[in-house]
Design a protein around this ligand. Structure first.
Ligand SMILES: [Cu+2]
Length: 145
């Protein structure tokens, strides 16, 4: 690992300065939205976000054309009772992954449109001005790893 980063450093030093700017490169995997009964007021979405870049990725907002609002939530067990809390910010360090999964963090998808497509596109806006659009298939259960 040490040798690899040293090589990366040497390689970077040989490149023109315009190519040296550090940036976050976020990749999405295993996205899915749990199928809800007709008339449900909210749905939950899950995925894994990985930062393959060399700068911290900081989430600015999440939105979708078919939901009135999208929030990042975390499920916690407090005194034996499951509660959801809004997660105000999400930062992913270079090389790190964040998992949104049942029982933990999730996207709370509120005010769904009358007609939902499949898959559903959800857009992640990052503080550096980049955007990541992820296709979420509708499923009853998590996809196999
Ligand atoms: Cu929630």
């Amino acid at each position: 690992m040490r040798i690899v980063s040293l090589l990366a450093l040497l390689f970077t030093a040989a490149m023109p300065s315009s190519a040296m700017a550090q940036q976050a490169v976020v990749e999405a995997n295993g996205a899915w939205i749990r199928i809800a009964p007709p008339g449900a007021m909210m749905l939950a979405g899950y995925l894994t976000l990985t930062n393959n870049g060399d700068a911290v990725a900081e989430l600015e907002s999440v939105h979708s054309d078919v939901f009135g609002s999208v929030e990042l939530h975390r499920t916690e067990i407090v005194d034996g009772v499951s509660r959801m809390r809004a997660v105000p910010s999400l930062r992913i360090a270079p090389g790190e992954s964040v998992q949104l999964q049942p029982g933990g963090m999730h996207l709370m998808l509120m005010q769904p449109a009358a007609q939902l497509g499949d898959p559903i596109a959800i857009v992640f806006d990052w503080r550096d001005g980049s955007h990541l659009t992820v296709a979420f298939p509708l499923r009853h259960d998590a996809p196999d790893e």
